[in-house]
Write a protein of this length. Structure first.
Length: 219
């Protein structure tokens, strides 16, 4: 993200603009950023053009809120700072166990993937994935994971359908070896899909709504 946009977004976020509209004048915003009122007005227009903020023009002051795209940009920046100042070999993410749509089972059972899972992960995964919905606090860690090294399960074609690459991130839950899987074509997600050779629901005695900690390698 452009540094001047980053500085402006951080200031709006500090004012509370990630969760609600905040009132500000261009003069006040310019003073906070150390720039002129004219430059501050231009900065706001630039942020609007980039779809990083949305604005409501009130009678006395404009009201500004950061868009989901802007929030995601800040999350990515946050993850970069974490990688610099909190460098570790693994990260811990807490998620709420939820029932998926059955897509994980469909993809895990594809022979083109299944043979590679065995070869590259060292085990044949259980028939389906464990789905963990991640809370706001841990969402930036997903970006850290995505930027780390992964095991790539290559895509293939089957019956005129194309299956894309899948990136697998080695992990553990309660010392049980597993892997977080993310299709290479996917973008933002707040749900982790986890492969394991065991039926984790039965092995760990967990059910929907339970909080589950997963430790992910980010070497």
């Amino acid at each position: 993200m452009n540094e001047k946009f980053s500085i402006a977004l951080r200031r709006i976020a500090v004012m509370g603009g990630m969760t609600d509209y905040v009132s500000m004048s261009s003069r006040e915003f310019g003073k906070d950023l150390g720039i002129s009122q004219q430059s501050a007005s231009k900065r706001i227009l630039e942020l609007l053009d980039e779809n990083l903020i949305e604005r409501d023009l009130g009678a006395r002051k404009q009201r500004i809120k950061i868009t989901p795209l802007g929030v995601e940009a800040l999350r990515q920046e946050y993850s970069e700072y974490q990688m610099i100042f909190d460098s570790k070999n693994s990260i811990t993410i807490t998620g709420t166990l939820v029932t998926g749509m059955g897509e994980g089972q469909y993809y895990v059972n594809q022979p083109g993937y299944r043979s590679q899972f065995e070869e590259k992960l060292g085990y044949i995964p259980f028939d389906g994935t464990l789905n963990l919905k991640v809370g706001q606090k841990d969402l930036p860690k997903i970006e850290i994971m995505r930027r780390s090294r992964s095991v790539v399960v290559e895509g293939f074609q089957h019956e005129e359908r194309t299956f894309g690459d899948v990136r697998c991130y080695p992990a553990t839950i309660k010392n049980l070896e597993c892997a977080v899987t993310i299709p290479s074509r996917s973008h933002y997600t707040d749900t982790l899909e986890v492969l394991c050779k065991y039926n984790l629901r039965h092995t760990l005695g967990i059910s929907d709504g339970d909080q589950v900690e997963i430790h992910i390698s980010v070497e």
